[in-house]
Design a protein around this ligand. Structure first.
Ligand SMILES: *Cc1c(COP(=O)(O)O)cnc(C)c1O
Length: 426
């Protein structure tokens, strides 16, 4: 093997990568582009273009309204079954619907309705803001009787399990957390937290947005009550592809969908004037699904299932460790520090690097005038450069180039020429 911190070593790692052929199943128009943002918007699978074409030309263009019966009506549950495979749930416990935020709203509303006398909701200050906004809004709607208690991370990177344990008690209605934190990639132990919450009679809802498709999950094994997640990150469903929700079988009867629309009715096309709750997971649907967007999910889910989540995780860990070792070698002396947990078992599939000048450094990374390759990471306030590793298409060479480019930007102080003012989308 060649020297560990050389380009040729990166290339050797790519040659020996058991998942290397999956990169060819994605559209890659610019081979020079280093794309480390698959955790925000996954790449476009080749097959998706054909699927969209079929949905639009054949199903819509030719078959018109007949496609509702032929293909579309059961699409949400059919794809829910595929997602169930990826998150270790039973096939009738998952359905594709709405956005992650709306699904959170529906499920938390339903929980608060049945958890009489329990007036505390527990989350943490590393959670995705939209999740916290939804919780704050629900508390307002329920008449301000509930309290949202946030576990505070001491370093903004990790959570203290002992502290979380102290917060959960008989007043807790719900513990709701992101499985993997969107800034630091800190990963909770789903089994342990769920068990703790259950010991106190509380329910648990996991947001899987930053772990689904990247990390093995078994909702079954952990006996998880509820979960939600998005599909345009590691699942590569495309911009705005709809989210999913999971409700454990025995809870499906107990929980009511607060937004009861016709798609959650037993027989929407009978157009009865009174709502009759659909059986099973379909009751959590509301209105017409975005059919074209739902259809883009099918080929991307197939790719993840075919490659296998075990192999995906193995590569993700190896790539993260590789990235961190390069950063230690070249960047830590330049004012960078690790913004993610040290140990792989506590980390999802991205690595955050912290630097006081993170924003301007990101500007330099994406500037085509700087260095020899454009690098797309993302910036997360106040000082994180997030480097997402999506094992189906991320190469070791890309990781090498990204860190090499960072080194070049730092050594030549190139970031100094960019303004500090933020763009609307970072
Ligand atoms: C990306 C993400 C979301 C996205 O929510 P939408 O309502 O689908 O826009 C929600 N929660 C977490 C933790 C996320 O990472």
């Amino acid at each position: 093997m060649s020297e560990k911190f050389s380009l040729s070593h990166a290339k050797e790692l790519d040659i020996n990568d058991p998942l290397r052929e999956y990169r060819d199943r994605f559209i890659i128009n610019d081979h020079q582009l280093v794309y480390l943002d698959g955790n925000s918007l996954g790449r476009l699978p080749l097959q998706t273009i054909k699927t969209i074409d079929t949905t639009v030309q054949e199903q819509w263009g030719d078959r018109l309204i007949r496609s509702w019966n032929e293909a579309w009506y059961l699409q949400s549950s059919r794809l829910g079954k595929r997602i169930a495979q990826i998150i270790g749930a039973h096939p009738d416990e998952v359905i594709v619907s709405d956005s992650t935020s709306v699904n959170l709203y529906k499920l938390v509303y339903a929980v608060l309705k049945i958890m009489d006398g329990r007036l505390e909701i527990i989350s943490d200050d590393m959670n995705f803001p939209s999740d916290l906004y939804i919780l704050q809004g629900l508390i307002k709607q329920f008449g301000e009787v509930h309290t949202l208690r946030l576990l505070k991370s001491a370093d903004g990177i990790s959570s203290d399990m002992t502290e979380l344990l102290r917060m959960i008690n008989r007043k807790t209605a719900l513990v709701t957390l992101s499985h993997v934190a969107f800034k630091s990639a800190y990963m909770y132990d789903i089994d342990k937290v769920t068990e703790l919450a259950h010991m106190h009679g509380s329910l648990v809802l996991w947001d899987l947005s930053h772990s689904v498709g990247a990390v093995p999950i078994s909702l079954k094994r952990a006996n998880v009550d509820l979960a939600i997640g998005c599909t345009y990150k590691y699942l590569n469903g495309g911009p705005g592809s709809p989210a999913f929700l999971y409700v454990r079988k025995d809870l499906q009867e107990k929980l009511e969908n607060p937004i009861q629309g016709w798609f959650g009715d037993q027989h929407p096309f009978e157009f009865k004037l009174h709502y009759r709750t659909a059986d099973g997971i379909r009751k959590f649907l509301t209105g017409t699904p975005p059919v074209v967007s739902v259809s883009t999910l099918e080929p991307s889910l197939d790719l993840v299932i075919e490659a296998g989540i075990g192999a995906i995780r193995q590569k993700s860990v190896q790539q993260s460790e590789y990235l961190i070792s390069l950063a230690r070698e070249w960047l830590f002396s330049q004012g960078f520090r690790l913004g993610s947990p040290e140990y792989a078992e506590k980390r999802g599939s991205h690595v955050s690097l912290k630097h006081a000048e993170a924003y301007r450094i990101c500007k330099a990374l994406i500037d085509p005038e700087v260095g020899n390759r454009i690098v797309i990471p993302d910036f997360r306030e106040p000082n994180n450069i997030r480097l997402g590793l999506s094992p189906l298409y991320t190469t070791y060479e890309e990781i090498y180039s990204a860190v090499d480019q960072l080194r070049y930007i730092m050594e030549n102080k190139i970031y100094e020429k960019y303004p500090r003012t933020r763009d609307a989308v970072t």
